[in-house]
Design a protein around this ligand. Structure first.
Ligand SMILES: [Zn+2]
Length: 591
């Protein structure tokens, strides 16, 4: 007798194998049989005409706070994500001394670096921990709908051990490094998936300082990494500017070889001038493999981007003097003001300030690379879709066009600004990175950048756009796309018990109406603790999302089932292979 039998679905099992029609039978939270399966079941779901795929595994989230209060880790569960890994980019909330100022410091780093409302974190987090293992225990105690895995964040570890010296990015002493390594060792022993650090100047705190650990030297980085070699467990993850990429890759290679560990690193590029560097880095990764190094580039499906809106963190008029009095108003009052013709006139006629800062100037004046996200959002817009072009066609200024667009949808309309990697105005380069034989799809930043980003929708968009709808270039084959975000992402995080629909695997499954799968347009909502703000983007087309054999979402509505668990790496996935070696994905030509 099966617990659940899903019948007549189009099975895309995550291995890359061609789709076939069949059934999936589930017993005790695991897949018992797949294919031509018959037998009695307590519950039967008819999946005729629907896609059956493994649950999505999200390798790059920042749910470290939200996972302590939200069992659904929304919006992850809205997009069929059944496993997410947090503690990325070196930020998190453990270890942390049981001291109000220290806790506030960790919250401020998360607020500044990842744009998660500090008030929401302060209200939502209960701080039932000091050490990292205690943090895991707290996560473990809480009922949840999806599985989560945590990584030990360098920033918290450094601040815990070194105090102000750590925060001020002073070099670590030998004793500091020994203490940090011991904390990481304890974290891994308790089930952390890995350790992460940040080496990018993009991650700054409110004082304009880069976050603790950014300038850590080789002795610190390798000293902590040694723990992974000693314990034989865990993944080393980092984000870097790669301003000196050869030097950076060299220590990463050494780290990986010396400790027999996998190193995950974030890979993106900024401009066309920067693109050759990416190709060289991908080649470096391949060459390093021959020497025994496992370096895994983590690549976004979309370019690094921000969304703009009146209620978001940024909008094109935020630096205008005429806008300043409106900035602090509550959304309702601000919208009323923005609709006043005199206010509009004052704002749109003001000469945009030149700020002398690459990103800020893009926000204030980059209308030629700014696009309106309408009700069917287009994340691969062409030049003719830019606000500058459309304004010209309409006979208005770009500022007027942008202003009026932002007022649509009751003032909720958002604009899409690809910050980096979109000079060519298509996703070909992004697709090329994703197709690299060593790269893994990542960087959704789920749960973070709440006022500017909604990339948690990427798995939904991967199927609905890159597989199904794209006409501006090659598409990704369905089987390959599913494998990329299930098998490959799971293996990449050391999780061998999930990511494919095969007997013995965890029964994490999406039942998808692929024809109608769609992302909503993003909009700001206020549902975090303390009324905290976030950009939310929903989805339609997920008929059922199943975790450990239980339906947690049906047609977008939570069922109340809470089968999710904290992943204790090295314990429940002791047989996990540390990385996946995928075959090259042939792309389907667009028709
Ligand atoms: Zn991140």
């Amino acid at each position: 007798m099966y617990d659940l039998l899903i019948c007549n679905g189009k099975i895309v099992d995550g291995t890359g194998r061609p789709a076939y029609t069949g059934n999936v039978a589930i017993v005790d939270g695991c897949i018992a049989a797949v294919g031509e399966v018959s037998g009695e079941a307590h519950r039967v779901l008819d999946a005729a005409g629907l896609l059956l795929a493994p649950g999505w595994v999200d390798t790059h989230s920042h749910m470290d706070g939200q996972a302590t209060w939200d069992p659904y880790c929304s919006p992850a569960s809205n997009h069929g994500i059944t496993t997410l890994v947090m503690g990325n980019c070196g930020v998190g909330f453990a270890p942390c001394k049981p001291d109000a100022a220290e806790r506030q410091r960790m919250i401020e780093v998360m607020e500044d670096v990842e744009d998660i409302p500090g008030a929401a974190l302060a209200e939502g987090i209960t701080w039932e921990w000091e050490s990292f293992p205690e943090y895991l225990d707290a996560l473990d105690r809480m009922p949840r709908a999806i599985d989560i895995g945590a990584q030990v964040p360098h920033c918290a570890v450094r601040t815990y051990v070194m105090g102000e010296r750590g925060v001020n990015n002073e070099p670590a002493t030998g004793d500091d490094i020994r203490q940090m390594a011991a904390i990481v060792r304890d974290g891994l022993a308790a089930g952390a998936v890995g350790f992460t650090t940040s080496r990018t100047q993009l991650h700054t705190t409110r004082n304009g300082e880069v976050m603790p650990g950014t300038y850590a030297d080789a002795s610190e980085l390798l000293g902590i990494g040694k723990v992974i070699g000693e314990t034989g467990q865990g993944i080393y993850g980092l984000v870097s500017d790669f301003s000196n990429w050869e030097e950076e890759m060299a220590w990463m290679k050494r780290l990986s070889i010396d400790n027999n560990c996998q190193v995950n690193f974030v890979l993106f590029y900024r401009t066309e001038d920067d693109w050759p560097r990416v190709l060289k880095q991908l080649q470096y990764v391949q060459d390093a493999r021959a020497e025994g190094a496992r370096l895994i580039p983590h690549v976004g499906a979309r370019p690094v981007n921000i969304l703009m809106g009146w209620e978001g963190t940024v909008n094109p008029f935020m630096f205008h003097q005429a806008y300043a009095p409106l900035a602090g108003l509550d959304p309702e009052a601000r919208l009323q003001q923005l609709r006043e013709p005199a206010v509009r006139q004052a704002i749109v006629s003001e000469t945009p300030p030149h700020l002398g800062h690459d990103i800020m100037d893009k926000i204030a004046t980059g209308f030629d690379n700014l696009y309106v996200l309408d009700d069917q959002p287009d994340y691969e817009p062409a030049r003719e879709d830019s606000i500058e072009y459309r304004a010209q066609q309409a006979g208005v200024t770009p500022a007027e066009f942008a202003y009026d667009a932002l007022l649509e949808n009751n003032g909720k309309r958002m604009l899409y600004c690809p910050l980096f990697g979109y000079d060519n105005r298509n996703l070909d380069r992004q697709m090329q990175m994703l197709a690299d034989q060593n790269a893994v799809i990542s960087l959704a930043d789920t749960g973070a950048h709440c006022g500017v980003l909604a990339d948690a929708s990427i798995p939904t968009w991967l199927l609905s756009y890159l597989v199904r709808d794209r006409t501006r270039g090659a598409r990704i084959g369905l089987e390959q796309a599913v494998r990329m975000h299930t098998h490959d992402t799971a293996r990449c995080m050391g999780l061998a018990d999930r990511g494919t629909l095969e007997p013995g695997m965890k029964a994490d499954i999406n039942v998808i109406d692929l024809e109608h799968l769609a992302i909503d347009t993003p909009a700001v909502i206020y549902d975090l603790p303390a009324g905290g703000r976030r950009v939310f983007q929903g989805a339609s087309g997920y008929r059922y999302t199943i975790v450990s054999g239980e339906v947690i979402m049906a047609d977008g509505v939570p069922t109340g089932a809470l089968p999710g668990r904290l992943i204790r790496a090295g314990q429940q996935t002791a047989s996990a292979k540390p990385t996946s070696r995928k075959t090259n994905y042939p792309s389907e030509e667009a028709v």
